[in-house]
Design a protein. Structure first.
Length: 317
């Protein structure tokens, strides 16, 4: 009995399948690169042994600065986290807001990190008008890359990831809030603080909630360090790299459950909350009330003056 399987047919089919996969991968890569660089022929590469910068010719000075400052940032992050910066990231300083958004950037952000590609994208069009943010924002994004390099995303809650990155970059982040004032005090005064479980995988989409999530993450991680010491974050991160969940890691390092710590943090924030901080939660209502009172007082003064003027006229007659 003859087999209907032809070995040559099997081999050809396997080759065709492989070619199809390669072609699809090539098409995807070209599509991504085209979207990423907008087919700009002036794109240049500047690199050393530790970092690669992809930039447009007019942005060469920014690219050189990134290349020069990055190694020192890597050493600082290694010392602060206990993690090895054992990879070579790519930094893309976008020259315009349009290019930044085409790469995936969002409206209220100055930068973003892509841990799976080990990339950082900066919006130079907005950082240029805030030059003091250049280094902290770059370091902030490097911190995200480093944490995700060693800790799987499912064991790194968003609030902890963001809180550590802010703590390591002078309290700054890539987020540029629409409100100039802090919102954490208002949230504490009006009982709108977000539970940590709500910040595990994503932050709120509304502007108030997103800003609160960033401020709250920074405050919580800062409180951890103040309460347990400078070595706490390194120990906590070390546990997370050893396959512990954040709850298990926190309990092992602090001998306190994460839920108890969260409650303690809330109490610590409420304790010094003065009547001024509580009023901040109702600031707009207070301002409208004061404006109404001022309008009423102005009307009464005007009315008294008018009455006095009329009385003088009567006396003159």
């Amino acid at each position: 009995m003859l087999s209907t399987h032809d070995p040559n047919t099997i081999s050809t089919g396997g080759v065709m399948k492989s070619l199809s996969v390669i072609m699809l991968a090539t098409v995807f890569y070209l599509w991504f690169v085209n979207g990423l660089y907008a087919a700009d022929e002036t794109l240049r590469i500047l690199e050393n042994s530790e970092v690669r910068v992809l930039y447009e010719t007019p942005r060469q000075s920014a690219a050189m600065r990134i290349k020069d400052v990055s190694p020192a940032m890597f050493r600082e992050l290694e010392n602060a986290t206990g993690l090895a910066f054992d990879f070579k990231p790519t930094v893309i300083p976008a020259s315009s807001r349009q290019r930044f958004r085409a790469m995936g950037g969002r409206e209220a952000f100055l930068a973003f990190a892509l841990p799976e590609r080990r990339q950082v994208v900066l919006d130079l069009s907005r950082i240029d008008v805030r030059p003091a943010l250049f280094l902290p924002v770059l370091k902030h994004e490097y911190a995200h890359l480093l944490l995700h390099r060693h800790i799987p995303s499912e064991r790194l809650p968003r609030w902890l990831d963001e809180g550590i990155a802010q703590h390591l970059s002078d309290g700054l982040s890539e987020y540029l809030p629409g409100r100039s004032q802090m919102v954490l005090g208002e949230a504490l005064a009006t009982d709108r603080v977000l539970p940590l479980r709500a910040l595990e995988t994503r932050f709120p989409d509304d502007s108030f909630g997103r800003q609160l999530a960033y401020e709250q993450s920074r405050s919580i991680v800062g409180y951890m360090v103040r309460r347990y010491g400078d070595g706490f974050l390194t120990a906590l991160i070390g546990r997370l790299t050893d396959r512990a969940t954040v709850g298990e890691a926190f309990l092992a390092v602090s001998a306190v459950t994460l839920a108890d710590f969260e409650a303690d943090w809330r109490r610590s924030q409420a304790a010094p909350l003065s009547w001024l901080a509580r009023m901040a939660g109702h600031i707009y209502g207070i301002l409208f009330f004061l404006a109404a009172v001022a309008t009423l007082l102005g009307y009464l003064r005007h009315r008294r003056r008018r009455q006095a003027y009329d009385a003088e006229d009567d006396d003159a007659w």
